[in-house]
Design a protein around this ligand. Structure first.
Ligand code: PLP
Length: 284
């Protein structure tokens, strides 16, 4: 079924939405994005995603071509026009078309695109077994806190993980896990404490991560923000990832070895349940 997409203020059938070959998103990966989950036709964690988009815009000196106040209406309208019940909204903002030059254009004409993807996000087929991950070096750039479309290395890492028979990659730098290829990585130690890497330029500031830490605290699950090693992860009681469309997903194998008893962990599943209940209740 053809979707209706949003392109710089226009609603168009997907086949009619065209972007210039000179767009800096295409030529330089000079673009940022956000992914917002949708359940029952409502947006999850919209405010967090809008705030992170604003931060990425500021970090790169970009401009939103529509008033910020209209962004929520555009998100709601795209759900309505596509009768989206469950899945995600992808938003991408690039610095727009300009003759090819490394320097940013003096008068940028940003490109703003939104489209939907229907997807079953609550009933994830991987929930029963949990994910297996392969450890790979983190060869991304050093501003991972900005959500840019420079996703070639994460794509390569996912391909390498698949070649090793794993579902995804956890990336390692200077002896510590940074994050998963497209999600935040967490472990739960044998005392039941959640351990997650602190925010810095080394990782994306996950919106789901922040909410899960709040939810853990409310549920009496202690947490510590510090970097952890691959060995700690392999010897943890539980491991999981968080992201806008995975919510909280168990990780049950790291480099082929089982984490804990090799089954999705009870605290991980509890956090998933609490996260989904809390965020669907506050969806807008
Ligand atoms: N880390 C990386 C590298 C990601 O690509 C993502 C999501 O795309 C996340 C973490 C999780 O962020 P969020 O919870 O905001 O979806």
């Amino acid at each position: 079924m053809s979707r209706i997409v949003f392109l710089n203020g226009e609603w168009l059938p997907e086949a009619d939405a065209k972007v210039s070959i000179f767009d800096r998103g295409f030529l330089f990966a000079d673009a940022i994005y956000e992914v917002t989950g949708v359940i029952d036709g409502k947006l999850l964690e919209y405010e967090g995603h809008a705030a992170r988009l604003k931060r990425s815009i500021a970090e790169l000196g970009m401009h939103l071509p529509i008033p910020t106040e209209e962004l929520l209406d555009v998100h709601r309208e795209i759900v309505r026009r596509n009768a989206l019940k469950e899945g995600l909204i992808y938003l991408q903002l690039s610095r727009g078309p300009a003759d090819r030059d490394f320097a940013f254009p003096q008068e940028p004409k940003p490109t703003l695109v939104l489209f939907t993807q229907a997807k079953s996000v609550i009933d994830n087929s991987k929930l029963a077994t949990g994910l297996s991950v392969a450890l790979l070096p983190d060869w991304r750039w050093e501003r991972r806190d900005i959500k840019t479309v420079q996703l070639l290395y994460p794509s390569m890492a996912k391909m390498q993980a698949a070649e090793k028979g794993a579902d995804d990659a956890w990336l390692v730098e200077d002896g510590f896990v940074t994050e998963a290829s497209s999600a935040t990585a967490h472990v739960i130690d044998r005392t039941g404490k959640l351990i997650t890497r602190p925010l810095s330029n080394a990782i994306l500031h996950g919106i789901t991560r922040a909410s899960v830490l709040d939810i853990a605290e409310q549920a009496g699950i202690l947490y510590e923000e510090r970097a952890f090693t691959p060995d700690e992860a392999k010897n943890a009681a539980e491991a999981f990832i968080t992201s806008a469309t995975n919510f909280v997903m168990p990780v049950t194998r790291i480099d082929g070895a089982p984490v804990g008893d090799g089954k999705p962990g009870p605290l991980t599943l509890k956090l998933r349940e609490l996260y989904i209940a809390n965020k669907t209740a506050s969806a807008i």
